[in-house]
Write a protein that binds this ligand. Structure first.
Ligand code: GLY
Length: 351
């Protein structure tokens, strides 16, 4: 496979996103992407990913000296304590501002490694090697880093762009099926907001992973280039998330994978947009439903505690003053952030 490259021109520096089959080309790409000679690196990974992928990564980077930090896997470990432990490790290793931190894993690992890289010594170079579909198409792209706070997800963090994102499609081979489907929820979202042809192709298929990932990276790259710090356009990437987050809360976190909740959110939000007269294409909710069903994602909401759902929706973090700001479709590939008044929020609750 020929490597596919997308460059994202972040404010801090450009980020090169390479999609290849394996890690073989990483040894050459690493020094090219970094401003200083690379004499050693720190790899941050978790205990799910390490058994399968740390050895292939080490072999690919040999003879570069590597320190490896293996963290416990899972969202519950994306905490301030985990961040401090990781910074302790980096300081124990005596890293300097030329020592790259390589996040090897899913979104939890790359968010945590990214925040440690952003903050240790006020910033050491960052490289992501995402191994989950969600990480490849979303979490590792665009420079968001951070950890959770007891009051909510990702409430502590920094915009800190990686220099290089190396996507080895072979790592998807060890990804559990539910995580593939969760990643596909974000793929459908990305296609819905920025690539209607991809949305169509996802239903009619077959598509190969490198093509799906590349198209998503390109959409996200365009959006992040326009609005890195989420003042406007980047909020479109939250499509499906307003309903999706409320569903996750109402069902109990961890009951429904995030990407599956986003898929259900996309359908409900599109139905709401049609009813409000904001969506020019009344067939979009059906199209989203068929695409998600074709990809094996749920299209019917599980039974849930409706009071908790309503409360979560009203408390959504994108609330600005009295209104709730939600990305909603005008048609496939064209979403707009709308400010909903309290009556509209009530109707969204029942969408
Ligand atoms: N995951 C949404 C964003 O990066 O803005």
């Amino acid at each position: 496979m020929t490597a596919r490259v997308t460059n994202i021109p972040h404010a801090q520096h450009a980020c090169r996103v390479v999609i290849d089959e394996d890690f073989a080309g990483l040894a050459d790409a690493l020094p090219q992407a970094l401003p200083h000679p690379v004499r050693r690196a720190v790899v941050v990974t978790d205990d799910n990913v390490a058994p399968a992928w740390i050895d292939p990564l080490k072999q690919a980077l040999d003879p570069l000296p590597l320190e490896v930090v293996v963290r416990p896997a899972g969202e519950v470990h994306k905490t301030v304590d985990a961040w401090r432990d990781l910074v302790d490790c980096l300081l124990d290793f005596g890293v300097d501002r030329q020592t790259p931190v390589i996040g090897l894993g899913g979104g939890v690992t790359t968010d945590l490694a990214g925040f440690a890289a952003a903050t240790a010594l006020r910033g050491v170079p960052l490289v992501h090697v995402p191994t989950s579909l969600l990480g490849m198409v979303d979490a590792s792209i665009g420079g968001k880093t951070g950890v959770n706070h007891p009051r909510g997800k990702n409430l502590i963090g920094a915009f800190y762009a990686p220099r290089l994102v190396w996507i080895a499609s072979t790592t998807l081979s060890t990804l559990p099926d539910v995580e593939v489907r969760a990643g596909l929820g974000e793929v459908v979202k990305t296609a819905a907001v920025g690539d209607p042809e991809l949305l169509e192709a996802l239903t009619t298929g077959p598509l190969d992973w490198p093509t799906i990932i590349e198209r998503c990276v390109q959409v996200k790259g365009r959006i992040v280039t326009e609005d890195e710090h989420e003042a406007g356009t980047r909020m479109l990437l939250n499509a499906g998330h307003t309903i999706g987050h409320a569903l996750e809360t109402a069902l109990g976190h961890g009951t429904l994978a995030h990407g599956l909740a986003v898929g259900l959110g996309l359908i409900a939000e599109a139905q709401f947009a049609v009813r409000e007269g904001w969506c020019d294409d009344p067939t979009l909710p059906d199209q989203l439903q068929s695409t998600l069903a074709h990809l094996g994602l749920p299209i019917v909401r599980p039974a849930m505690n409706f009071d908790v759902f309503k409360a979560a929706l009203r408390a959504d973090k994108k609330r600005a003053g009295a209104s709730l700001r939600v990305p909603l479709p005008t048609r496939a590939g064209l979403y707009r952030v709308r400010s909903l008044n309290p009556d509209q929020v009530e109707r969204l609750v029942h969408a």
